[in-house]
Write a protein that binds this ligand. Structure first.
Ligand SMILES: [Zn+2]
Length: 164
């Protein structure tokens, strides 16, 4: 830690305390070269990742939100909770390991779809249609038509609840 007065690189910590809800450490240091004191802030390396929405607004990455979105898509589908949890922790890991400070909702959507597709096709289509409606009207319409066709089929075969 370089002293901003004399550029001396040696200093001792005279006081250390948590700042900003324990997300940072505030250190009071004393330069061993000139004796002046200065304060440094050290933030934890596990910095928050911001999610950039389509309209440009940003909010903190929230694994719980992704989880809720997946749960919604998997409603009444044979997808066990631990599989959903695995998907969420896998996505979280990928997000934090990327070392990027920002990620778009599009990228997160792709991560979810990529995994959901392998787990359950119906949940995947549900998720994809909701997600795509925000960015691409024509692909949403195609998806919607397919779903309506499938719904009609399901209505005709009311006894088979697995037919969607
Ligand atoms: Zn100094």
């Amino acid at each position: 830690m370089k002293c901003m007065y004399c550029n001396c690189t040696d200093s001792k910590v005279v006081d250390s305390r948590a700042a900003d809800d324990d997300k940072a450490i505030r250190r009071r240091r004393e330069c061993t070269g000139c004796g002046r004191r200065f304060t440094t802030y050290e933030t934890i390396e596990f910095a928050p990742v911001l999610v950039v929405k389509n309209n440009g607004t940003r909010q903190s990455f929230n694994a719980e939100k992704i989880r809720n979105g997946i749960i919604k898509s998997c409603e009444k589908r044979p997808v066990p909770m631990h599989v959903i949890d695995e998907m969420v922790s896998d996505i979280s890991k990928q997000v934090y390991n990327s070392m990027e400070s920002e990620i778009t909702t599009k990228e997160i959507g792709e991560m979810v779809m990529e995994r959901l597709k392998k787990v359950d096709e119906v949940s995947y289509v549900r998720y994809a249609s909701v997600y795509r409606s925000f960015k691409d009207l024509s692909s949403f319409m195609t998806e919607l038509k397919q779903m309506m066709k499938a719904d009609k089929k399901a209505a005709e075969q009311k006894t088979d609840t697995k037919q969607v």
